[in-house]
Design a protein. Structure first.
Length: 283
């Protein structure tokens, strides 16, 4: 974790905020293509053979391929659900660590696809055909599942309404999904097993590489953040330059907060970045 802390201090400025929204937007594009031009998806899948022959866009475009869902309503509900999970994880871990988690899952999936393609080509020959088979097995389904599992570990006792009717805690849903994935892993052919394991490797690394899972709990993260702010707070902490007119936070509460004045409010009202576009204008 010291290595992760060093990476965060050095590269946190490059992290993408609200990453889950971009993923959902990509899924929407993929879903529209699957309905209007399904043949286009064949040029987006992660085919290692085609990548080596110049179609390098496949290294990125495979993330646009949405999970297999027939109902538009169910698909919209599922995307909204994963957006809420991802947004909460980003607030809990921080933008940088959430970026590492998601992009790490994508990187491991790429590596798993290449390994699978190499093994299948060596065993059966016909590299082009094997590349197509591997590409058909790769999707972001298990990356989404890793988001769900990570959220269940951080918020095990949070209760959700399954199908808007049945109240159930996240940890029980996680157990059920883990059992279903284990059954899927046993019943799937070995190429799909490699891709499945590699897609979930980010979850295994983040949560099984250390036995001290308590450090990732929301309560512990908030406690550490409050302690760091208290240590950095100067003696003249009562004097501030900025203060949000909605939540009352200042630069002493969070040094990373940005403050702006609203040109539509009558008077000098300053807002933080979270309330600048959501507050009610003062007239």
């Amino acid at each position: 974790m010291n290595f992760m802390n060093k990476l965060e201090r050095k590269f946190s400025k490059y992290a993408v905020s609200n990453l889950t929204l971009y993923l959902i937007f990509g899924y929407v594009i993929g879903y529209v293509l699957s309905r209007t031009a399904p043949g286009m998806l064949e040029f987006l899948i992660l085919d290692p053979y085609q990548v080596l022959h110049g179609q390098v866009w496949r290294l990125v475009t495979w993330v646009l391929i949405p999970p297999s869902v027939q109902s538009v309503i169910f698909y919209a509900i599922m995307m909204l659900f994963y957006y809420q999970l991802g947004s909460n994880l980003e607030r809990t871990w921080g933008v940088f660590r959430y970026n590492v988690y998601i992009f790490g899952g994508m990187l491991y999936t790429l590596i798993g696809a290449v390994i699978t393609w190499v093994i299948m080509t060596a065993a059966y020959g016909n590299a082009a055909f094997m590349g197509t088979i591997v590409g058909s097995q790769v999707s972001t389904y298990y990356i989404c599942m890793s988001i769900f599992l990570a959220f269940a570990v951080c918020y095990p006792n949070m209760q959700v309404m399954l199908y808007f009717i049945i109240p159930i805690k996240m940890k029980w849903m996680a157990y059920v999904y883990a059992a279903l994935m284990l059954i899927d892993l046993i019943q799937s052919p070995w190429p799909a097993r490699i891709v499945m394991v590699m897609s979930l490797l980010n979850f295994l690394i983040f949560f099984l590489s250390t036995r001290d899972l308590y450090r990732y709990s929301p309560k512990e993260m908030r406690r550490k953040q409050a302690y760091r702010q208290a240590v950095r707070r100067p003696r003249n902490a009562g004097i501030t330059k900025h203060k949000c007119a909605v939540c009352g936070r200042t630069e002493l509460d969070d040094p990373s907060l940005e403050f702006r004045f609203c040109s539509k409010c009558e008077g000098n009202y300053e807002y933080c970045q979270e309330h600048l576009f959501t507050h009610q204008h003062v007239k």
